[in-house]
Ligand binder design. Structure first.
Ligand code: NAD
Length: 449
């Protein structure tokens, strides 16, 4: 068994099975055996199952959310919203269709292209949204007629394990199975010949390893990887209002969001006022155990991530950058930390912090800031902030990112595809395109004369 640590207290929050290779083989074999029967059901029947799963998730929101907070650290209301998001995604995904294209239908020939399931999907998730990340994977994978083997992060397996148990009462055996374990389990799953598709969310470094492992069997991959999202703030904004929006865009979930704003570019005309207000907010925010009432920011989620954040903070201190506020607290707690105008080649600007340290960067010229924003190797999300949405849009059109928002961030929908380009990933999740990523095209041709 593996101990799961509560990052707020350092106590053991629970234990998860350490799956052996033989046990994994048996799980994959059972998923393979169950898949043809699942695919043989009508799409409407599978839609019914998605809705039934959503009902179970909803009925158990309190228990699942508490587990998320205990293993991940986020405030309980945020965990409740995360669990509710899964139910919502399941129901909305159930409204999508698997289209059929009639290529030819005449006296000579009938030709139809359909989307058929791939087989067994491995869904590998990170620790920042253990339940939320499943929304983008299990909803479309199951609707398309695949069976799924879910592998949560070693740091946050408890809520996913409980979800798997609960869904065992609704779904036939072998349709969705959760496996947990140590560092070997991901590579075993990735290279497993019984897996037909890997839907992976995690870091870019691990994504490369996943793709290499998948190469041996030409297993299909969708990779949702790291980001270093720029937010560009034009001179006409209301500085106080935008400061508050950017504060949560950057520091929500203790900064541990792939689509968090990670580099804030402020026009010189508003730099001082936005920075001053963000400092105020950073010094007022309530930090603590996510189970306690009124807590707005929990701890950093695990010791490994804490090490990354602390290292970037120390590098900023050692380099003599202007620390406007912040720094480490006890345990895995960290204050929101703002770094005033570090150089573009600073590590805190170039690297993904995925935590509570944020660079505020000054700019004078829009062309120059677009070029600076686009130099990153990542291209996941980006945002532009302005009182004039059309002017912001003209800037947004020139940014390299899978999704660019104007005057908001992180608005996702089950009906809209999202994903990263460059080193932020391959493929998309959600929407029609996200559903079809769990299928193969199959063409049937009947010669009539
Ligand atoms: P990670 O890459 O360390 O781990 C992700 C998952 O992969 C975990 O389940 C882990 O156990 C597993 N894993 C580790 N090594 C593996 C291997 N060799 N083969 C197969 N699986 C393996 O990432 P993390 O630290 O859990 O998550 C943080 C990262 O995820 C950040 O970079 C963040 O930006 C990214 N992320 C991206 C998105 C997105 O949608 N693009 C969303 C959330 C997080």
């Amino acid at each position: 068994m593996i101990d799961v640590i509560d990052p707020a207290t350092g106590e053991v929050a629970g234990r998860a099975p350490d799956t052996t290779r033989e046990q994994l083989d048996a799980v994959v074999a059972a998923a393979r055996a169950a898949q043809p029967g699942w695919a043989a059901r009508t799409v409407d029947e599978r839609r019914g199952y998605l809705r039934a799963i959503a009902d179970v998730v909803e009925a158990n929101t309190g228990e699942l959310a508490r587990l998320v907070t205990r293993e991940q650290g986020k405030p309980l209301p945020v965990a409740v919203a995360e669990v509710a998001g899964l139910a919502y995604w399941l129901r909305e995904t159930a409204t999508l269709d698997l289209p059929e294209t009639v290529n030819q239908d005449d006296g000579e020939r009938l030709s139809i292209t359909r989307h058929v399931p791939l087989g067994v999907v491995a869904a590998i998730t990170p620790w920042n949204y253990p339940i939320g990340q499943l929304s983008f994977k299990i909803s479309p994978a199951l609707l398309a007629g695949n069976t799924v083997v879910v592998k949560p992060s070693t740091f946050t397996p408890l809520s996913t394990l409980r979800l798997g148990e609960l869904l065992g009462d609704v779904l036939p055996q072998g349709i969705l199975t959760v496996v947990t374990g140590g560092d070997d389990l991901g590579p075993w799953l990735t290279a497993h010949p019984g897996i037909d598709k890997i839907s992976f969310t995690g870091s870019t470094v691990t994504g490369r390893a996943v793709m290499a492992g998948a190469g041996a069997s030409l297993t299909r991959v969708t990779l949702e990887l790291g980001g270093n999202d720029p937010a560009i703030v034009l001179p006409d904004v209301d500085p106080e209002e935008v400061a508050e929006q950017l504060f949560w865009a950057a520091f929500g979930n203790a900064g541990q969001i792939c689509l968090a704003s990670k580099r804030i570019y402020l026009h010189t005309a508003v730099y001082d006022r936005v920075a001053a207000r963000m400092v105020e907010l950073a010094e007022q925010v309530k930090i603590g155990n996510g189970l306690d009432d009124g807590v707005q920011l929990g701890p950093i989620s695990n010791t490994r991530q804490y090490g990354t954040v602390l290292d970037l903070y120390r590098d900023a201190v050692d380099s003599g950058y202007d620390i406007l506020t912040g720094g480490p607290l006890d345990g895995l707690f960290f204050r929101p930390t703002l770094i005033g105008n570090p150089p573009d080649d600073a590590r805190i600007v170039r690297e993904e912090q995925f935590g509570l340290v944020l660079p505020l960067l000054r700019f004078d010229d829009v062309d120059e800031v677009i070029a600076r924003a686009n130099t990153s190797e990542y291209a996941l999300g980006a945002s532009v902030w302005s009182a004039d949405p059309e002017a912001a849009r003209a800037v947004a059109e020139r940014l390299d990112a899978g999704t660019v928002w104007v005057n908001e961030v992180m608005h996702l929908s089950p009906l809209v595809p999202f994903g990263g380009s460059k080193q932020s990933g391959i493929g998309v999740e959600s929407g029609q395109a996200g559903l079809l990523a769990f299928t193969e095209r199959r063409t049937l041709t009947v010669k009539r004369r």
